[in-house]
Design a protein around this ligand. Sequence first.
Ligand code: PPS
Length: 573
Amino acid sequence: MTMLANLAPIPELYVSYDSAQKLKVEAANLKSHDLTPRQICDLELLMNGGFNPLKGFLSEEDYDNVVENMRLADGTLWPIPITLDVSEEFAEGLEIGEDIALRDQEGVILATMTVTDRWTPDKSREAEKVFGADDVAHPAVNYLHHTAGKVYLGGPVVGIQQPIHYDFRARRDTPNELRAFFRKLGWRRIVAFQTRNPLHRAHQELTFRAAREAQANLLIHPVVGMTKPGDVDHFTRVRCYEAVLDKYPAATTTMSLLNLAMRMAGPREAVWHGIIRRNHGCTHFIVGRDHAGPGKNSAGEDFYGPYDAQDLFRQYQDEIGIEMVDFKQMVYVQERAQYEPADEIADRENVTILNISGTELRRRLREGLEIPEWFSFPEVVEELRRRFPPRSKQGFTVFFTGFSGSGKSTIANALMIKLMEMGDRPVTLLDGDIVRKNLSSELGFSKEHRDLNIRRIGYVASEITKNGGIAICAPIAPYAATRRAVREEIEQYGAFVEVHVATSLEECERRDRKGLYKLAREGKIKEFTGISDPYDVPENPELRVDTEGVDVDTCAHQVLLKLESMGLIAGSR
Ligand code: PPS
């Protein structure tokens, strides 16, 4: 029997083990580029055939064609630019034709590349053509402008070794490993399901239906490389997937993890996903509503129409070499206690249609509210609750800001004592003076030094928050932009509560508890906040407290009430 084309081995870019050993030694003398996390994902799929027919990072000609026409220079369909972006400094030192070593973040050499092309791309054009808009609300456009290097290098890659993964090794498969697995089990038709979210009941129903429709076995093929910023981390997701895998018949379904760095490019991304799944031996591919959608643009509208991805895929499916199984959104029909595609409900006037959006799910997790059985599996909900405990069990940061002598430290101290009395979470006080003694002893009060000081405080507070503790910070923190940066860092892990201690400069100077204002007026202390240095008044702090004529205890109590209203502390004393 001849082997099915989709299951025959696919070319890889790796050299043999012996050659790799030799090449590794030689490559140690080459100039090297330390790959970014996204480039490592791209390189892995280049080397193992996941991006077949690419043989390396795109040349300038291929790149131009991909951007403009979704094709390589030779006409082959390829929708997403796979480019090696580097800094200008690194690019300048290279000769065309030179070999470079590509290393992972620990310095391990994964591959070499012959640099055949070097150019400065027009990133706005790339954004417009590939992602549909030059709008940094799109995560890949934001990456393009703010993370990617200015210069692109192109050229063929010689693979030395796979990137190292320490997690879920048994669940990761190269295209050839999956093809061999399908051959071994005699699977001929395989439908792949791409996902970057935990699997809930709607997804299970959709995948069951797809397998039935395509008369195929099912490959659950979640992305564990890079997904949309803000997604549930892959560790949690994989535990969720494993928890529901036994709800699928083992004889017909398998799961494998794909180390892809998604771009959230909607329609073009769907075509790309199809090519990648074809390379992994699949014959069918599920495309649902808003496939690989990046969310809203900066005008608050969707970047792509909900079924644009299906339309583009349909147009190219013969060329991709994989058949689309398209689905409309699945919704729950309460009267029939089952999921149905939204467009197939003839009696929609007479039935109750239920749905819980991603945003609503996050709200329920955050507030510890019920997540109904019709929506998800108890095992999945339990995993998610473990990862996203209700706010009253998460870490958070209270960030006081205000003039020197405004009362920040005093209120912060009182708050700390009150929180310690409650005793449900560890509390750390990062007071301005304490920090300058222990963390920032070498810093002065220039803008640069103040920013560095606040960023250090922010980093420590974010670690405390991540690990479930309470960080109370009380620096002056005069610059709004720096406070915003700290907020963003902390909000990845828990709440950031900015408290403006709004004591007026006159009052601070009148109190002059440390005698510093006097010295500042005399010019004996330079760059003194409020006197000879700026202070950006917070525009929208979570709380503003006025200390004039109000005692410390009352101020601290106001903060506690705020924390309670935000759900950060449960019940009052
Ligand atoms: S900053 O801007 O946030 O980095 O400042 P911070 O680390 O909170 O340090 C402020 C404390 O340092 C003392 N001090 C000064 N403050 C402002 N400007 C100048 N030039 C200055 N020189 C010394 C002052 O006592 C501040 O203490 P607090 O607790 O705010 O009163």
